[in-house]
Design a protein around this ligand. Structure first.
Ligand code: TXA
Ligand code: MG
Length: 329
């Protein structure tokens, strides 16, 4: 307990000095800096190799702390009240007076209040020291697989980065991003909080979630997670229907390719195999660790059996499709 609180104290000291600290959240690990420190935020971009126009999410201890950065309005307050602390990011119109280092060139800001106890302790201690929020993207090199444990962070950034180790991420997929900056709610990045849950909260207040696919394309704020290529392993990854799985794996092996496969049943002749979880919660929790583990193997190709295309699987499917597009580069 004492060790933990001195680790938090030290982390706050580093952040307030403009340094970087990686920390556990319930979704994935974040690479944090004081959102009001130009130097801290600049080092995030530099260490991650992230393009300067991709804004960061600012993490806050509570809904009350979010109000420093933006007026959440009726839609934002309803969603924050229902899902914070938790795996939801709100894109809101930024208060014009706040530091905009973390916001790219946008007039909006991404805000998230994580529920992981370690992240909560860090944010409370940080705000008690006079800070207002910790800017943190996922703690991976740009375009690579997000980290779900401290070891993943060290693989990408080495041993000299301070990491607050909170064990394996409970969710394992990044937060659901909901844009509220246009006066209505719309999902920009799917996550474990799904459209039905969001709609229930809004409907109770006479509000409603709009489908981004039906809105004019140019109106959506930019989200780098919405690049088609993202969350990518180094080896080429192919998503295959259940019906085609056995034949395509057999063909690859016949062509002398070494494959790693994630599927419900083990295809013949496959050495590197991971059994696919039969539910999206367990699948999501394990997905990034699996992709990173496959990348450590001497393989030519990753083959993944497509999960069902039902709403419950949408966050998992979204990440797998982007991994397929970005893989092997
Ligand atoms: O679960 C999560 O959200 C994790 C943990 C660490 O909190 N964070 C995370 O951050 O996934 P990152 O930077 O890897 O992804 C955040 C996404 C990016 O695609 C970014 O472009 C988008 O949020 N974003 C942030 N602020 C935005 C804004 N003002 N307008 C539009 N998109 C924004
Ligand atoms: Mg990321």
């Amino acid at each position: 307990m004492r060790d933990e609180s001195s680790a938090i104290e030290n982390a706050v000291h580093v952040l307030r000095g403009g340094g970087l600290v990686a920390f556990a959240t319930e979704t994935v690990y974040g690479l944090g800096a004081d959102a009001e420190s130009a130097r801290g935020v600049a080092s995030i971009y530099e260490r991650k190799g992230r393009p300067a126009d991709h804004p960061l999410i600012v993490h806050v201890a509570s809904q009350a702390s979010a109000c420093y950065w933006a007026n959440l309005g009726a839609v934002g307050c309803a969603l924050a009240g229902a899902f914070w602390p938790g795996p939801l990011t709100l894109i809101a119109l930024r208060n014009p007076s706040v530091a905009r280092f973390a916001c790219g060139k946008e007039s909006t800001i991404g805000l998230r209040c994580p529920s992981h106890p370690l992240a909560q302790q860090l944010l409370h201690a940080f705000e008690n020291s006079g800070g207002h929020g910790i800017a943190a993207p996922s703690a991976n090199l740009f375009g690579r697989v997000s980290p779900t444990c401290a070891q993943h962070v060290r693989e990408d950034f080495g041993e000299d980065l301070l990491v607050l180790d909170g064990g394996n991420a409970q969710i394992g997929l990044e937060s659901t991003i909901v844009d509220i900056s246009r006066g209505f709610a719309s999902i920009l990045r799917p996550g474990v909080i799904g459209p039905d849950q969001i709609n229930d909260v809004l409907a109770a207040r006479g509000l409603r979630l709009l489908d981004e696919n039906r809105l004019p394309a140019q109106s959506a704020p930019k989200v780098s997670g919405s690049l088609a290529a993202h969350y990518a392993p180094r080896s080429p990854l192919t998503l295959t229907t259940s019906a085609n799985l056995r034949a395509s794996v057999a063909q690859l092996i016949a062509n002398g390719r070494t494959v790693a496969v994630c599927s419900r049943d083990r295809p013949d002749g496959v050495v590197h195999w991971e059994q696919a979880a039969d539910n999206p919660v367990d699948y999501g929790q394990r997905l990034y660790a699996m992709l990173r583990a496959f990348d450590q193997l001497p393989i030519d190709q990753i083959v993944v059996e497509s999960p069902p295309s039902t709403p419950a699987w949408s966050a998992v499917l979204d990440r797998l499709q982007r991994a397929q597009t970005g893989s092997g580069r």
